[in-house]
Write a protein that binds this ligand. Sequence first.
Ligand code: SF4
Ligand code: SF4
Ligand code: FES
Length: 248
Amino acid sequence: MSGAVENSGRELTIRVLKFDPNSAVSKPHFKEYKLKEAHSMTIFIVLNMIREQYDSDLSFDFVCRAGICGSCGMMINGRPRLACRTLTKDFPDGIITLMPLPAFKLIKDLSVDTGNWFNGMSKRVESWIHAQEKSEEHMSQIEERVEPKVAQEVFELDRCIECGCCIASCGTKLMREDFVGAAGLNRVVRFMLDPHDERSDEDYYELVGDDNGVFGCMSLLACHDVCPKNLPLQSKIAYLRRKMANVK
Ligand code: SF4
Ligand code: SF4
Ligand code: FES
């Protein structure tokens, strides 16, 4: 990113929105912390330093620290990002504001409940292979050969880490509580492309052929811009829209 400042040892100002919705006395407020920037410092490292040195009560989520688990999504200067993959040097003025992802239930401070939302979405789009039971004489067909190109396409969409960044950036999701979001639309296309799944376009239409599905999408593509795994959300949402529009 242009304007990045590498290892300057400068002072960072970190503003964190703190709030505990389960406390009768807690009110949303920003708390400010000052700390010295280190080489290759990520927001994840910043948060751990704050928790160790200034505020043991600060809540945020992480598991892998490597952009794999999807736990550490948060609003960083107004944009949904992964804390463990965001470098402080990319903020030239050294002022960084952290807020929880909107659109998910707030647990506390920067910690939100993405798990239940993704669980509900997975059930809603029936996120599993739908295939007829094979009889014993057809056992050899259970693992039919899949063209490498097709397998690669499915794998590409399976890279979603359920971080919630696309959901937090989505204007439709803010207006429609039940909108399935880019992650949900991506999941549907993943199964459409998978030759193991025998569902028809009509079956998928039942799941996402309405305004809480693909027809609610405004195609402004914030989801595509913020996805930390660079999933091809733009082309896959367009593909799904074309498919569903052709269902009579
Ligand atoms: S393109 Fe559709 S799914 Fe993506 S952010 Fe916009 S409304 Fe949401
Ligand atoms: S599609 Fe991208 S932004 Fe959305 S949940 Fe999956 S990895 Fe995160
Ligand atoms: S901690 Fe796992 S993606 Fe950031």
